[in-house]
Design a binder for this molecule. Structure first.
Ligand SMILES: Nc1ncnc2c1ncn2[C@@H]1O[C@H](COP(=O)(O)OP(=O)(O)OP(=O)(O)O)[C@@H](O)[C@H]1O
Ligand SMILES: [Mg+2]
Length: 384
């Protein structure tokens, strides 16, 4: 087994054809969209700028690199420039000085530079203002690609009007499982199908996390660990903290209006990799079942929860979404009349109605899959 190279790097896709895509994206013709972006730019058409946003490890940076490689070919080493906004200590200087310097040079290919501003959501307002000016100045010679986990942190003047914005979604566990199986076979890893499936299911759609874990497990298997069902069950518990314990504590804080405590609890839950969707759904079920908040409030809460889950799917900040839900719960539990019910009084019917609503809402609030024509329609010339 190869030990010196990280598998996430070794198995990073090198072409559009190698990228894993969610099924809906595949069906909607997303791969073709990526290819036509490459063709348009190569053909010297109107300059395109791209903005990829979504959760970690689903291929934003990889797709940006693949597109640059396909457009620039042999010139990728000289004419493609990556800047990581989050690790960029000089921050604003990079945007004000370094990037304009790159833009002003004649590209080796004689055609264009491609600049990747990775994780651009961690950039300051001043940096975004400076970027806007640079984008305006070099709009026809330079292609900009921005990536972010939290699109709302980038001003609309950049993220909406200057670029083609493309949401990235977490990959399904089946897609990830197939990829892991391929890598495990290539690497002759001594891992059972069950262990690989476990990794694919526990990674939350994050391919980077899945491949890294696969390599760790494979190394441990080499040195004698046997990933039995029992051991995998233990590891399953370790891979995410229990959402129910968090819900318990947050509901207590909500009853006593201790918002600061809720904030602390949520910060630590997110740092420990809790599944925010499980916390939202679980908390709403508990409140609707156990407290007399009334049908109107139950509906209001469920609606917010469903919307929050929809937004999470498009990559928003889990802290904000969770806090919004618990803020509403705090308000509802504290309107003076809300009492905790005895288990015997639980009105299952309300819960059932609400659950149905959660499900229907959840389905309809999943971000719509970008239709190729709509995406192309949203293309606007830079500077508008
Ligand atoms: N769609 C994908 N198809 C194939 N491999 C992928 C995909 N997404 C991620 N990977 C694997 O995971 C690694 C990390 O992916 P990448 O850096 O593109 O994620 P990202 O979306 O930019 O995440 P972050 O938000 O953390 O920057 C890649 O090197 C690759 O090995
Ligand atoms: Mg990235």
């Amino acid at each position: 087994m190869e030990r010196e190279l990280m598998w996430v790097d070794k198995y990073e896709p090198k072409s559009i054809d190698e990228l894993l895509l969610p099924d809906e994206y595949e069906k909607a013709g997303f791969r073709k969209l990526l290819k036509s972006i490459v063709e348009t730019v190569k053909g010297g058409g109107p300059q395109l700028h791209l903005f990829f946003y979504g959760p970690p490890g689903c291929g934003k940076t990889t797709t940006a690199r693949v597109i640059a490689r396909e457009i620039l070919g042999e010139y990728v080493d000289t004419d493609f420039h990556e800047f990581n906004a989050s690790s960029e200590a000089r921050g604003i200087d990079t945007i004000r000085t370094e990037i304009p310097e790159v833009c002003a040079q004649v590209p080796m290919s004689g055609k264009l530079h491609i600049i990747l501003l990775d994780e651009y959501d961690s950039s300051s307002q001043a940096s975004q203002k400076a970027l806007r000016a640079t984008m305006n100045k070099y709009q026809s010679e330079v292609m900009f690609i921005l990536t972010a986990n939290y699109p709302e942190k980038i001003e609309a003047a950049i993220s909406k009007s200057r670029v083609l914005a493309i949401p990235f979604l977490p990959l399904s566990s089946q897609k990830i499982y197939e990829r892991l199986t391929y890598i495990a076979t290539e690497e002759k890893a001594r891992l059972s199908d069950e262990a690989i499936r476990h990794i694919a299911e526990e990674c939350g759609g994050d391919v980077r996390r899945a491949i890294t874990q696969l390599q760790t497990y494979a190394m441990l298997a080499e040195s004698g660990t046997e990933f039995t069902t029992e051991l995998l069950d233990i590891l399953k518990g370790a891979s995410a903290i229990d959402p129910y314990a968090i819900i318990d504590r947050c509901l207590e804080y909500a009853q006593s209006t201790q918002i600061t405590k809720i904030e602390e609890e949520l910060v630590s839950a997110i740092a420990n990799n809790v599944n925010p969707r499980a916390v939202i759904t679980g908390a709403i079920r508990r409140v609707v079942k156990e407290y007399d908040i009334g049908t109107a409030s139950a509906y209001e809460l469920t609606k917010l929860g469903a919307e929050a889950i929809g937004r999470l799917n498009s990559g928003t900040d889990p802290y904000i979404e969770l806090l919004a839900v618990f803020a509403l719960i705090t308000k509802q539990l504290h309107n003076g009349k809300t009492k905790r019910r005895g288990v015997e009084n639980i009105l299952e019917d309300i819960a059932d109605i609400t659950e149905e609503r959660v499900e229907t809402k959840q389905a309809s609030s999943t971000p719509s899959i970008p239709n190729v024509n709509d995406l192309l329609k949203s293309l606007k010339p830079i500077g508008n």
